[in-house]
Design a protein around this ligand. Structure first.
Ligand code: GAR
Length: 205
C-alpha cells in the first residue's frame, strides 16, 4: 500500500545541492513522510532545474524581472503552490526574500536552510558565500548550519535543527562552504523536512 505523504515544493536559485540532498533522502527513505512534488526556480539557468528533471520532478520558473512587482512575483509562486496542492515549502538556496503576505499565508509551512549558526551571520545581506566570508573575517572557530521556519524576519523564524562545523586554519570561503554543506546542511535539511512532514501528516489524521 502506498503511504500517504505531504506534498512538498522546493524553491531554488542555483546549484541545487540541497535539493539533491532531499532527492537522495527521498530515494534512501530518510525522507518518506513527504514527497517532493514541485521545484520552483527564480533563475532559468539554475543547475537545480537539471537535478529536478533528472529525478523526474515537475519544475517551474518564476523570474522576478518578468513581474511588475514583488507582490506579483509572490502571487505567481502562490498560484503554483495552490494549483499543485503543496503543503510544505522548502527554501533550498532560494536567494529571494519573501514578503510578509507570503510568509503569513504559510505560517509554519515554510522551511529554510541557512549556512551559519543563527543568530550569527544571518539576516539581510547574508547569503551564499558571503556568510562564510563573514565568519572567516570575524574569526569564529565554529560555524555550522541552521534549518528554521520562515517568518517575516529574514532568518528570524523558529529554529528546527542546527549542526556545528569546525573552522580550520587556512580555510577559504569556498572550502568552508563545502564543509558546511557536507557536514551540516545536507544532513539536517532532509532530517528537518522529514520531521515537519511527519508532524503535518499526523495532524492530518
Ligand atoms: C547553501 O549553502 C544554502 O544554505 C545557502 O545557499 C547555498 C545554496 O546552495 N542559502 C542561503 O544563504 C540562504 N540565506 P545549493 O543551491 O547548492 O543548495
Amino acid at each position: 500500500m502506498l503511504k500517504d505523504s505531504v506534498k512538498i515544493a522546493v524553491l531554488v536559485s542555483g546549484g541545487g545541492t540541497n535539493l539533491q540532498a532531499l532527492i537522495d533522502a527521498q530515494n534512501s527513505g530518510i525522507l518518506n513522510s513527504g514527497k517532493i512534488s514541485l521545484v520552483i526556480s527564480n533563475n532559468p539557468n539554475a543547475y537545480a532545474i537539471e537535478r529536478a528533471v533528472k529525478a523526474g520532478i515537475d519544475y517551474a520558473v518564476v523570474c522576478k524581472k518578468d513581474c511588475p512587482s514583488q507582490e506579483e512575483f509572490e502571487q505567481k509562486i502562490i498560484d503554483l503552490i495552490e494549483a499543485n496542492g503543496i503543503e510544505l515549502i522548502v527554501l533550498a538556496g532560494f536567494m529571494s526574500i519573501l514578503g510578509e503576505n507570503f510568509t503569513k499565508k504559510y505560517d509554519k509551512r515554510i522551511i529554510n536552510v541557512h549556512p551559519s549558526l543563527i543568530p550569527s551571520f544571518c539576516g539581510k545581506g547574508f547569503y551564499g558565500l558571503r556568510v562564510h566570508e563573514a565568519a572567516l573575517e570575524y574569526g569564529v572557530k565554529v560555524t555550522g548550519a541552521t534549518v528554521h521556519f520562515v517568518n517575516e524576519i529574514p532568518d528570524g523564524g523558529e529554529i528546527i535543527m542546527q549542526k556545528a562545523v569546525e573552522i580550520k586554519e587556512g580555510d577559504t570561503p569556498e572550502v568552508l562552504q563545502k564543509r558546511v554543506m557536507v557536514e551540516a546542511e545536507w544532513i539536517i535539511l532532509p532530517q528537518s523536512v522529514e520531521k515537519i512532514s511527519n508532524k503535518l501528516l499526523n495532524e492530518r489524521r
